[in-house]
Design a protein around this ligand. Sequence first.
Ligand code: AGP
Length: 607
Amino acid sequence: MCGIVGHIGPKDSVEIVLEGLSRLEYRGYDSAGVSFIDENDSLQIYKKSGKLENLKGLLKDKDYKARMCIGHTRWATHGEVNDVNSHPHMKDHISIVHNGIIENASSLRKELAAEGYDFKSETDSEVFLALITRELAAGKEFKQAMLDSFKLVEGHSAFVVLNENVLEIMSIKKGAPLVCGINTVDSEAFVSSDPYALAGMASQLYFPADNVLCHLSAKNKNLINFYDSEGNPTDDFMSKKQDMSVGPTDKGQFEHFMLKEIHEQPELIRSLTQFYFHGEGLESLKKAGEFVPSKFHISACGTAYYAGLLVRDFLEMYNKIPCSPELASEFRYRNPLLQKGESGLFISQSGETADTLAAQELCTNSELKTLSIVNVDGSTLFRNCDNNLLIRAGIEIGVASTKAFTQQALTGRLLSLALTKELNDEASRVKLTAKFSLLAEKIDHLISRSEEIKVIAESIHNHKGFFYTGRGVYFPVALEGALKLKEIAYVHAEGYAAGELKHGPIAMIDEDMVNVALVGPELFEKTVSNIQEIKARKGVILSIGPKDNEELAELSDYYFGIDFDGLDELSPIYINIVNQLLAYYIAKYKGTDIDKPRNLAKSVTVE
Ligand code: AGP
């Protein structure tokens, strides 16, 4: 999704904004731009399709001393990828950047064009610029022009506006991420779509509620003032110290962030039980376990949804709590049956996924308690839920989620413990801690066998299609494994319940189709018989299953044996590491952009 960064202060605003935008590159984008007030107090704008480097190339010979700047990385929704449609958009003394979608843009565009506004771009965002321009031309103050314009747009959006006449920045949002920040030492004010862009810059963060107007000005005593939709001062925002450091955002010795993040998993797993059993996470875990609902409605998107299927297995297995997992984009419009006493459980890495936020809002409006399993502290989902369990995955730069999936599933396992009295039992905590560290140890060993996986990937990477099959608790990771391959290798892959292939899809099996069979110790014989059905039709078999198994080795074209011993319910998370590495190496052989796959965004903040 689009990235936004704004700055006011005595330092070089353009450099600060460009640094912030570079930290948001991982989210995916197709153009970038900045507008700033130069030393003569005049508004400048530079924008370019393509990577941030293209924009920096435009700026490199420019001599400017900017003290106020807004910048944007665009992930195109309305209007093709080109310079004109890039943000910011500027008219007279105003420039704007936008994240989200103005759902009534076409009707507003018609109205404004009829009034004589000359649109330059195909974007919906420029409609907001036209509205602001009209309100200011009618003689309204900047603040009132912002509030009145914002009331006219429908849909989820965040806007940041730079005004040359008053040398101020204003921002406002509804249903889209926006965070403000200050650094009082250097008298700086910031605004962004992602707190990570402000790491190491702002010392205090403010997360405004929807419809709160944020007014950044060097003239403000506190640098940022907040107003409600009527223009009155408000404290309708959450404030917190900036605790994100600019961690190592380089790849270190790794060729891709995705591979680095796969390798980070064992350490993250070990630290998760430390955080929840012996650290500041214990309180939130106890709180999450206080209310035992009659049912969990589990809602998420993509990989997070597949993690939700594993969490469903834990909650039904250990807590006997019925769960209804559902894709958030379906749940939000299906008018689901929601009863008092039930809970909504929302799983998300970013905490900004539009469909998941809408699902959460639906549950809150139906008076259900809501709980998130989320990575970004202070994200919109985090702020909207009654309780939250952080997955402690750190910044996930790779668009294809790996460590977040693992941490989401494991945090769900801890929730399951918290919903029983065992959380208070030291022996139970020790036992689960030992299982988590065994998982970490096995993943470390599995990673040391990456070369074996790479060899398999080289052999199969040119096949036309892939089925990932699994039974029971391995079906969710069959879905996740297929998604990984689709996302980063652009290969057609389907996750299927192993027992379901014969009900139609087996018609697709031939010598150019690969079946990645995820074979756990459970239901072993049944899964093997499904593999035999595929073998009989000349499908290519890659079995990932219990080690030293002659039957599997005999049956498969490729066999990767792993040691499940002692993992029990964590086995699907373990086998999924092979999926992650297999997808990674297949993508490498395909030569795709593994960290920033085409068409994808790290956080889908629009419907
Ligand atoms: C996962 O590899 C994808 N990037 C995507 O499916 C992602 O899981 C989905 O968009 C949900 O994002 P979230 O976890 O930030 O809500």
